[in-house]
Design a protein around this ligand. Structure first.
Ligand code: HEM
Length: 434
């Protein structure tokens, strides 16, 4: 990989404050340009009908072009800002590149889109900053984007090589069949779990995935029905990313859990996945994601220290397997749900998403000499410390899910700023807390 010129580093870094101010507007403009100029790119993204795009709490407000959720805009704006701030310390980008590259692999995004994404991003910076986007700034960002694109493509190639060389491994979407569909009990919205198994025709062997990992699902547009007119090109296939919620010991099948509200925009592709009948076929990516219990930061923790998982209601599938693994390791666990809906807050733990299942896993772990599980609900990040108690504040590691992306930043600020928890004890699944 080449080296960025010192002028580019200086100019890109100097644009960080303006990106902080206008980041979301630039990213909104970027998505409008991308889907106007390259409508075929839409099938890879979570596009929801415009009326629904901002309807979820985590979506956080207005709908914007082609139904991008507020959450998606936040993730990309945070990444662009993070890159501008770290442009003079690129050696620290490794975990971020891994995280983004894994997400791309789960969607099987073609590398051929990199130039299109770059020209739309640079055009969006120009449109939003107007005269402030001098030729020097545009040239610096063009060089910096090319550098980042090369680094991401190299990371994707390395990850793909690892996946391909695993026994029975596959790299894009292999055909799986639905062998079981289970509606999850939720007080608001909808949630369902699909149990998936490679079809007889699929030359793949399920690897032993790690708690905390996810897969990409690829669904033919015909299965989405009338919604394809809203969400992309007819004849396309749509992709979504879902957390695995079964244990690796489940063997030949894997289970994923899909959620539609509250806290996430109602999305026709997710809803179509939930409606799939037993026997239906869906493309499944290999298990991906590096926020797992043996993560370099997580793995070195003391075996007896308490662990606190903080998640939105929609983010429960993201932490479910990690919660089970931490309990099995003998650690006391508190699962804190940050909820914004009265009906969810008022529901007993057993009626919340996977509440009964996790309680049963807690009892089984405790019976086998593992840790004890407590489940609590909070209405605001500032309430987490009081909800988990003084012992956890003094001693626990806090693991914060990435849905919605702003939750990690809010929880970290409340714990570190408000309760004096050392920042290194607040871990988050995102690459940068907002
Ligand atoms: C240098 C270029 C790029 C950067 C910096 C970038 C950055 C990102 C980031 C930060 C995310 C969110 C990851 C997460 O969920 O944590 C993401 C997701 C994604 N990216 Fe990229 N990306 C780039 C190029 C591309 C290209 C070429 C495509 C091709 C279509 C693409 C398609 C996607 C898709 C489909 C997602 C998932 C979005 C969703 O959740 O709906 N990206 N990317």
């Amino acid at each position: 990989m080449g080296v960025l010129s010192p002028d580019t580093v200086r100019i890109v870094k100097s644009t960080a404050p303006v990106l902080k101010e206008h980041g979301s507007t630039i990213v909104e403009r970027f998505y409008s340009l991308l889907f106007e100029r390259h409508p075929e790119a839409a099938a890879y993204f979570n596009i929801v009908p415009t009326a629904a795009a901002g309807s979820g709490d985590a979506g956080g407000g207005d709908a914007c072009a082609r139904g991008q959720s507020r959450e998606q805009i936040q993730r990309l704006s945070m990444a662009v800002l993070f890159y501008a701030e770290k442009i003079d310390a690129l050696d620290t980008l490794g975990p971020v590149l891994d995280r983004i590259a894994s997400k791309h692999l789960s969607r099987a995004t073609p590398a051929a889109f990199y130039p299109a994404i770059g020209s739309c991003l640079i055009a969006a910076i120009g449109d939003v900053l107007g005269a402030a986007a001098t030729p020097e700034i545009v040239a610096a960002w063009t060089e910096a984007y090319g550098f980042l694109a090369d680094a991401l493509m190299a990371t994707e190639a390395k990850l793909t090589e690892g996946l391909a060389s695993a026994t029975g491994g596959w790299t894009t979407h292999a055909p799986f069949e639905v062998v079981m569909v289970a509606k999850e009990a939720v007080p608001v919205g909808k949630a369902a779990s699909l149990t998936l198994r490679p079809t007889a025709a699929a030359p793949v062997t399920l690897p032993s995935w790690k708690p905390g990992q996810y897969v990409g699902l690829c669904l033919e547009a015909t299965a989405v029905g009338g919604a394809d007119a809203d969400v992309g090109q007819p004849g396309a296939s749509f992709r979504r990313t879902c957390f695995i919620t079964s244990a690796p010991s489940d063997g030949a099948c894997l289970r994923v859990t899909l959620v539609s509200g509250p806290g996430v925009p109602v999305d026709p592709v997710t809803e179509a996945l939930m409606r799939l009948p037993v026997g239906a076929e869906v493309g499944v990516s290999p298990p991906l994601g590096s926020f797992t219990y043996d993560h370099p930061v997580l793995g070195s923790r003391r075996p007896s220290s308490p662990a606190v998982f903080v998640t939105s209601e929609a983010g429960v599938p993201e932490v479910a397997t990690l919660v089970r693994q931490t309990l099995a390791a003998g650690r006391p666990v508190t699962l804190v749900r940050h909820v914004t809906t009265d009906a969810v807050a008022a529901a007993p733990a057993a009626e919340q998403l996977m509440g009964a299942e996790l309680a049963a896993a807690g009892e089984a772990a405790e019976g086998a000499g593992g840790g004890h599980l407590s489940q609590v609900v909070v209405r605001a990040p500032a309430d987490v410390a009081a909800a988990v108690g003084a012992r956890a504040v003094a001693d626990a590691e806090f693991f914060v899910a990435s849905t919605p992306p702003t939750l990690a930043g809010e929880v970290r600020d409340a714990l570190v700023g408000g309760s004096g928890v050392p920042v290194e004890r607040v871990l988050h699944a995102g690459y940068v807390p907002a």
